[in-house]
Write a protein that binds this ligand. Structure first.
Ligand code: 13P
Ligand code: SF4
Length: 304
């Protein structure tokens, strides 16, 4: 059944000039039909160069918006219209503009997990894999980091030469484990390395052996000599690693690390999109698109 659906998708996407992009939190069967899978940074870079006329994004809304920002002439489809990222909606543009007015020398660094509208007031965008590097190399000294307080706290610890103002947003999924769960998991698997996403709480991040993006965690585990790992990010990564590294063991930090928004997209959704009867076409007003894309362009310029 899964193979039949995948076969149809392979044939149709070629026939109809469609590119499928999938975030690393997608299921194994969706990643298998994608032309490209990766973390938010890699997907943003890829969004600039896809040659096909239609792009289907298997991920959440802000990821599809990023593709549209770079490719206004392409048809960009979010595979499941219900897939949003709750963190992206946590702050409004007015609040950020008010803080900017009170602190005229502050540069707004926006995590890519933000709406297109919020990106219009950001000076630069960052992802979990590029945030440290970008905050280090950008010339501005005073930074308002929005919206994730955990990623912001981690970046602040790595870039002590800059001044950070943080807001209290964050990912509700990664917030589900604290120090207690981390200590318990480490005690249950004493030989395992502890790999975490910087969206985890600071008290979890400080116990980690490695901190990185979804792709960063996967690369680290694949290349490591170690044989066991506790994975502190969405549990799709545990499953991908189990498929990739058959001689290694992977344990989830928490069984609550399940993102409902990332789980909502199914293989039949992808098939419906390639058939032209599913998903949602992303439309961005041209003025908004032009303003919002600037901070992502700058991210790629500074991030390399
Ligand atoms: P990455 O940039 O690490 O892929 O993370 C995206 C995300 O939504 C994590 O929750
Ligand atoms: Fe958003 Fe968290 Fe889900 Fe990532 S895991 S998409 S940050 S809610």
């Amino acid at each position: 059944m899964i193979r039949d659906l995948q076969q149809q998708i392979f044939e149709l996407k070629k026939e109809r000039d469609i590119c499928i992009l999938a975030h690393s939190y997608m299921s194994e069967e969706i990643c298998e039909v994608a032309d490209f899978t990766g973390d938010s940074y890699a997907l943003s870079v890829k969004a600039k160069t896809v040659p096909q006329s239609t792009v289907i994004m298997c991920g959440v809304r802000f990821m599809a918006e990023t593709v549209k920002m770079f490719s206004p002439g392409k048809k960009v489809i979010l595979a499941n219209p219900a897939a949003g990222c709750p963190m992206a909606e946590q702050f409004g543009k007015e609040e950020i503009l008010r803080i900017k007015k009170e602190n005229p020398d502050i540069a707004v660094v926006a995590y890519v997990n933000t709406t297109a509208e919020l990106k219009t007031v950001a000076d630069v965008c960052v992802t979990s894999s590029s945030a440290v590097k970008i905050c280090r190399v950008m010339p501005e000294k005073n930074i308002l980091f929005i919206p994730d307080i955990n990623l912001g706290t981690y970046v602040k610890s790595q870039v002590p030469e800059k001044n950070f103002k943080l807001l209290s947003g964050g990912c509700p999924v990664h917030a589900k484990a604290g120090r207690e769960e981390a200590i318990k998991a480490k005690a249950a698997h004493p030989d395992a390395l502890f790999l975490v996403h910087p969206e985890c709480r600071a008290e979890v991040v400080e116990l980690a052996d490695f901190v990185g993006s979804t792709s960063g965690i996967m690369d680290f585990a694949e290349k490591s000599e170690a044989k066991e790992f506790i994975i502190g990010t969405e549990n799709a990564i545990v499953q991908h690693l189990q498929f990739k590294c058959r001689n290694k063991k992977f344990y989830p930090l928490s069984k609550d690390f399940v993102c409902r928004d990332m789980k909502i997209t199914t293989l039949p959704d992808v098939l419906n999109c390639v058939l032209g009867r599913g998903g949602e076409e992303i439309v961005l007003e041209e003025g908004l698109r032009k303003k919002a894309v600037k901070c992502i362009e700058r991210m790629i310029e500074l991030g390399g």
